[in-house]
Design a protein around this ligand. Sequence first.
Ligand SMILES: [Zn+2]
Length: 707
Amino acid sequence: MKKLVFATLSLLALTAVAENRPQSILLKDWSGPYGGVPPFDKVKVSEFKPTLEWAMQEQRKEIAAIADNKEPATFENTLVALENSGRTLDRVYSIFRIWSSSMSNPEFQAVETDMAPKLAAFNDEIIQNSKLFARIDAIYNSPKKSQLTPEQQRLVWFQETRFILNGAKLDDKQKARVAEINQRLATLMTTFSQNELADEEEGYLALDKADLEGLPQSLIDGAASEGARRKMDGKWLISNTRSSMEPFLTYSPKRELREKAFRIWSARGDNNNSHNNNKLITEILKLRAERSKLFGFKTYADWHLADTMAKDPKIAMDLMLQVWKPAVARVKSEVADMQKLVDAEHGNFKIQPWDYRYYAEKVRKAKYDLDFDLVKPYLQLENIRKAMFWSAGELFGFKFLQVHNVPVYNDTMTVYKVLGKDGKFVGLWYFDPFARPGKNSGAWMNNYREQYKMHGKGITTIVSNNANFIPGKKGEPVFISWDDAVTMFHEFGHALHGLNSNVTYESLSGTNTTRDFVEFPSQMNENYLQTPGVLKFLVNAKGEPLPKELIEKIDHAKTFNSGFSTVEFLASGILDMKLHLIADQDIDPKAFETAALKELGMPSEIVMRHRLPQFGHIFSGEDYAAGYYGYLWAQVLDYDAYEAFTETGDPYNKEVAKKYHDLIVSVGNTEDPAENYRKFRGRDPKVDALLRARGFPVPVPENSTKN
Ligand SMILES: [Zn+2]
């Protein structure tokens, strides 16, 4: 009873707000060219809260109109109306998310902390609206459903599943508890992410001039500007982010400094300060387990995989364990190679996690005669971008043209309009490449606006790629590492997935696919970095192309260190799944991490790619929770799919590219991904190509994953 009174009160309070529509650009339709663009130049952080609240209230009225409709439920008056609801909220929230990932500051974080549980509660309000669900359910169970188009039927199935999986069928008491849990989770996950960001910003490794030995010039320049930014004259500072720490660990010959750097880097979220994430993890896991039970599932993993390709946690776990064994065997031989170098130098120590990258680089030079320092001068960021554009042109017929007439939120950003095969405008691509305070580390793709074409309205997509490269000196070209170039192709692959989307309904558009499928097009695009056409773009300052012998060496060393990269990834993936397979029990993350890694037989020379207190993928949000395996799952698909191209002798084979476009990247979630994959490849995906690509033995007789 008390709950009800509360709900009424807050509704009244919101109605009072609603009468005063805030005067903010955030509430207006996006105006300007290209079907309207986000008004980044006019955003005021103080306007997020009132506009989000207004936009929620607007959608609340729209939902009520659908749910209370006296007419019988039809696809049009329910599903289409639902698609059309919340357009204002979508626009405000899209910019809100960009500020969260790319423009965060204390003022914004306060708004974020305040709004996260409110947004979660609002989401539940829609899911738990029993009148609304009854209408969706009626359409889903109606014999007339078969008269709808296949995409419409898929949308009905999608919403029915989404509502049921999130508790639409629960009783009022259970619904109230789910809503409570979701609000608490929203707060906890926001705090987790802010803690990680805080430790990344507060931590650094300070170097004197003598400590710069062996470091690449770009890292030294970045460390110098970081010193200047923090007003620590005469010091070079290595920031506590992946893009600075990893190269330091790869190149610094000073073992004590490497250890120091490693300890700062691997302790993010796990320090003795107010940003410690361990307690949050315990509570997040407990709440997720409780909620999954309410939803009728044994564990969180069972619930979260119900609408994926893998469907069953055991199938996902089996795939990871199948790859784990050969990966660990490979690590043993990698470590043996490195230990030989240490012993030859009379190092008198055993390889530790802070030595791995450094000695791996030395082995690479010795064994494969491949020095990535010699490759870097050919990896100008601008040329990588041009190469990505060219490759997308070959595969999908896209053309990218820079535009200057749209606002950006940082003046180092650039914007391109994208034209399709027929010259028709398909969308915009924003590029925000450089690190700065308040920006999440790593690289990602973002959807500012989804493509859809309901009722003849052609809404074009707006996507972005974001990275954390260290800006060079003004006017000078920026050089990135080979790994970063691979990451660029990866994120651009997500962007292409969005740009290729050609569906009717927004909920099924572009990258809105199942979680274990979404990394397929992005990882697929990584393969294209090493195609001859792309390599032509990689020229040094004098315009000389990447020498053939270096290309051959890169190719030869392709499977190098694959033990390390596979094990650090799988350790994170397996622990993620194990954590979410625990039904009810308070988990001490530190003890769990130690015990689970021991049981798994984790090589002592490697740590997880994301230790639990910094595993933002699974604790800052829910998309990758019990879902980190998705990268591997999608990799099975992408290596197998890429072989469909290379088997023809042409990575850009037009016929295969058309199939890939028609069945994989243009359909969003409008068709069953497993079925479409079979149509594309003529069979189920096989894990063999992935094992081959990593240089692991392929078991005989042939083993296939059943999806
Ligand atoms: Zn990705």
